[in-house]
Design a protein around this ligand. Structure first.
Ligand code: ATP
Ligand code: MG
Length: 282
């Protein structure tokens, strides 16, 4: 097999400059996405009625706080629409509210910098030392999402209320709707830690927050165990999928399509939507 040449941008900037109009074209046909970008007028109307981000985060954490168990939160939205910025605030709120005592974040997006504050580690063997030193541990490449999930499971089983946040959930998948589980040193399949966190972990205080651009790729146990769905601006096939799946009520579809960057709605697992949107400037 030939070796790929090393390709580096002239600007050597990790964050590519991508037009918002083109960024999400993989979510559907190009036409669908172009139509779904909100106009200035729609943006102003959406923000005029919005409640604060803090109120939205409280709504997202409410089921976990009420049940005194781990939180299961799925966060959807177009690329560059504010999911990671929201997640930084959510981490702080989860710690402040007692939902979590320790947060592990898998943050593989940018090779040269982390998007989250915390103690950065790049391999599983360093997580133990890091959690003794601080409450937020940022798992960076080459550490895999499977190793971060394994660490979250071990911590939860030891009695620590642990929240695992996957910033780019795509990297935790081994294909559509399949978790990418780790391997044992002898090459055999490792523990199914994501499945454990979804199905058993909540009662032990394990929380899971997944940030996703393409909801239809999520494994069924993540969707079935979710308590709340935080939906940023979305259009095309992804929005249609969420409506068809019953995650987004049909009456919220137009609102979601028009949400400007940073604004979001929160849906529980009942059918009712309170009509609220949330936004605070970053
Ligand atoms: N509430 C907000 N108010 C103003 N600007 C915001 C807000 N939230 C995010 N932004 C800005 O929008 C840009 C994209 O935010 P962010 O990186 O959180 O998006 P994302 O949805 O995580 O994107 P991706 O899917 O590509 O990772 C950033 O420049 C950020 O500063
Ligand atoms: Mg992001």
């Amino acid at each position: 097999m030939s070796t790929l040449p090393r390709l580096v941008s002239r600007k050597a900037n990790a964050e590519r400059s991508v037009s918002r109009l083109r960024a999400d074209s993989s979510e559907g046909t190009g036409c669908e996405e172009l139509e779904s970008v909100p106009t200035e007028k729609e943006t102003r109307a959406a923000l005029a009625r919005a409640e604060t981000r803090e109120a939205g985060i409280k709504a997202a954490l409410a089921p976990a706080v009420a049940a005194r168990e781990g939180a299961r939160i799925l966060v959807y939205g177009r690329t560059r629409w504010g999911k990671s910025a929201f997640a930084r605030h959510l981490v702080k709120a989860a710690l402040d509210s007692g939902v979590a005592g320790t947060v592990l974040i898998h943050d593989p997006k940018f090779p040269d910098h982390a998007q989250y504050e915390g103690i950065a580690v790049s391999e599983l063997s360093l997580v133990g030392v890091a959690v003794q030193a601080g409450s937020v541990v940022v798992c960076r490449p080459p550490m895999s999402a499977a190793d971060a999930a394994h660490a979250a499971r071990l911590l939860s089983e030891s009695g620590e209320r642990t929240l695992l946040l996957c910033d780019e959930t795509r990297r935790a998948l081994g294909g559509s709707q399949i978790w990418c589980d780790g391997k044992n040193p002898d090459g055999t399949p490792g523990e199914r830690s994501f499945e454990w966190i979804c199905l058993e972990g909540g009662g032990l205080g394990a929380s899971l927050v997944l940030l996703v651009q393409r909801p239809r790729q999520l494994p069924g146990d993540a969707v079935d165990s979710a308590q709340t769905h935080v939906v940023f601006g979305l259009g095309g096939r992804s929005l249609t999928y969420l409506v068809t799946a019953g995650t987004v009520p049909p009456e919220a579809k137009d609102t979601i399509r028009r949400l400007p960057p940073g604004a979001f709605c929160v849906f529980g697992d009942d059918d009712d939507w309170d009509g609220k949107t949330y936004y605070s400037p970053e």
